[in-house]
Design a protein around this ligand. Structure first.
Ligand code: SF4
Ligand code: SF4
Length: 550
């Protein structure tokens, strides 16, 4: 029989990541949850390498639903000078309590005795102060491998790699910032619907090879042998475990948390676009960026509070600042980012609703719009990147192992979501930077081929994890990109029409070749002219040659 109690780790991941300070180390060296401080975020559940902590479940409205629950080693009894109830009640003394060094000596002697009696597999688990959690306060005498009892063979405190995770997030955030800046480079300052210079369109992806390397080294990976399409030589593995128990508990988060992360990324990307648009005179892009940022931020907060169960639980995270907890760090990043994003959006709304008002508060708000928008833009990359650290700093193996790539995936996703949305709702004459941000952020991290940050990074993560099916899927998505066409926002049909225009075909010849009516070809042509911001067939032809479409 295996006891699945809290191990009271010397270096406890749950303690490190708790954003509220609800978990604390007692004077006895044990780790205990305070019911009244815990906000039910579930981070400790995802971080515990032994999977022993849970969120309390029960009927809606019942007391303390959702808060963390685990063995306290009977903190109240220890305080009263008593031994824990389990040790007291166990009739065979299988559970023993006492001074740790003394218990270790006693356990060593028992292991020696068992081995002398021929039990070769006898071993201690969790007794070694040099292991990945610096030893545990509750350790076990096992008769077989740890996996047989549903225990992880080599537990490691999840925060061990935290400095590297924050480093990678910093690099990804800088890449996003640089990608956003590059998206605006080359576009002439415009006002109203005045068009941008055509030579700026598609700059970040110019000359890109669809299969070239990005930050994730897809080019190198592409030359290596892939697993897609191989015939399996062994039958599918069947997973069995100790009484069906999972070794590591899955993170307790449901749909609200992915929604919170996605919306946060969208808000961050939109703030970057809005700041760039403001500084380069693109009014429509600025307006959409500011309003989208506030809307997405509001949605993300609602999703988070819904996951926590009660609004006031969010405030528990503001009672402490903890650099070992990405959730605490993220809370403070959001607290810094929210107000300027809100002021920028409010200035936008005030300008739309009362454009000619001379009231002092409105003039003040209008004047604050630009600095607030720029501050929100500067804080946006951390908003997009911290959630990747939050996921990586858990005991979920695939998330933890992907910590090098995950921030780039998240920042790429923020750029793609914000750029894609703005590209769809902002007039074509001002949407160039949005389209470039949507697909070209990879160029900011040194990829001369303008790779797509999110997909390239995902490919590298899947490769590292050996996730062959996911890798094949992501690579096939990458192959669907035609960089120049995507950056400029052309549809596949428009690319075909443009290619034929560039070869000197007339509308009638194109219609015949593509089995379209001449009227449809003319419609495609005017859309191409608008998207590329070119005035003539000759200019469209130049664009097509410059961007390798013919
Ligand atoms: S076993 Fe899990 S819950 Fe217990 S102290 Fe270690 S990390 Fe925390
Ligand atoms: S606040 Fe979150 S991390 Fe801390 S004990 Fe409660 S559920 Fe666990």
């Amino acid at each position: 029989m295996s006891s699945n109690v809290c191990k009271h780790c010397t270096h406890a991941a749950c303690l490190d990541v708790c954003p509220t300070g609800a978990l604390f180390r007692t004077e006895f060296g044990t780790v205990v949850v305070q019911d009244d401080v815990c906000n039910g975020c579930g981070y400790c559940v995802a971080a515990c390498p032994f999977g022993v902590i849970e969120r309390r479940s029960g009927p809606a409205g019942a007391r303390d639903i959702g808060i963390a629950q685990k063995c306290t080693l009977c903190y109240d009894r220890l305080g009263a000078g008593l031994e824990p109830a389990c040790a007291k009640a166990c009739p065979t003394d299988s559970i023993q309590f006492g001074d740790l060094d003394e218990l270790r000596e006693r356990a060593d002697a028992r292991v020696r005795r068992l081995r002398d009696d021929g039990v070769e597999g006898a071993r201690l688990y969790g007794h070694d102060p040099e292991d990945g959690v610096s030893g545990t306060g509750a350790f076990f005498l096992l008769l077989d491998e740890p996996e047989v009892y549903g225990l992880p063979p080599d537990p490691v405190v999840t925060t061990r790699d935290l400095p590297h995770m924050f480093n990678r997030a910093g690099m990804a955030g800088l890449a996003l910032l640089a990608g956003a800046a590059l998206a605006f480079v080359g576009g002439a300052p415009v006002s109203g619907t005045t068009a941008e210079r055509p030579d700026a369109v598609g700059r970040s992806a110019a000359g890109g090879r669809p299969d070239a390397a990005g930050p994730g080294g897809q080019g190198r990976a592409g030359r290596r042998r892939t697993h897609g399409g191989e015939t399996a030589m062994v039958p599918p593995a069947e997973f069995t475990s100790y009484y069906g128990r999972q070794v590591v508990k899955p993170a307790p988060w449901k749909g609200e948390i992915p929604a919170y992360m996605f919306a946060g990324g969208l808000a961050a990307g939109s703030s970057l676009l809005a700041a760039g648009a403001d500084l380069t005179g693109r009014e429509a892009l600025r307006r959409s960026g500011r309003l989208t940022a506030l809307g997405a931020l509001g949605f993300s907060m609602v999703a988070l509070v819904h996951d926590l169960g009660r609004p006031e639980r969010f405030l528990n995270m503001m009672r402490t600042v903890k650099v070992t907890s990405p959730m605490s760090v993220g809370t403070w990043i959001l607290a810094l980012y929210g107000p300027p994003a809100g002021v920028a959006a409010a200035a936008e709304v005030a300008g739309m609703v009362l454009p000619r008002s001379t009231a002092a508060p409105l003039r003040l708000l209008a004047a604050a719009g630009r600095p607030a928008g720029v501050i929100a833009g500067v804080l946006a990359p951390p908003v997009a990147a911290y959630t990747a650290v939050l996921l990586s700093d858990t005991a979920t193996p695939s998330w933890h192992e992907a910590y090098r790539e995950l921030p780039f995936v998240f920042c790429g996703s923020a750029a793609a979501a914000a750029g894609g949305l703005a590209g769809a709702i902002v007039p074509a004459g001002q949407a160039g930077p949005a389209r470039r941000l949507a697909v070209g952020a990879g160029s900011a991290v040194g990829d001369d081929a303008g790779a797509r940050l999110e997909l390239e990074s995902a490919c590298r993560a899947f490769e590292r994890l050996g996730a062959a099916a996911d890798l094949a899927g992501a690579r096939s998505e990458l192959r669907r990109f035609a960089p120049a066409a995507v950056v400029s926002g052309l549809t596949q049909r428009e690319v075909e029409v443009l290619r034929l225009v560039a070869t000197g075909r007339t509308n009638r010849a194109i219609a015949a070749e593509l089995f379209l009516s001449e009227k449809t070809v003319a419609r495609h042509l005017s859309s191409i002219f608008a998207k590329l911001d070119v005035p003539s067939r000759a200019a469209a032809t130049v664009y097509a040659y410059e961007h390798g479409l013919v």
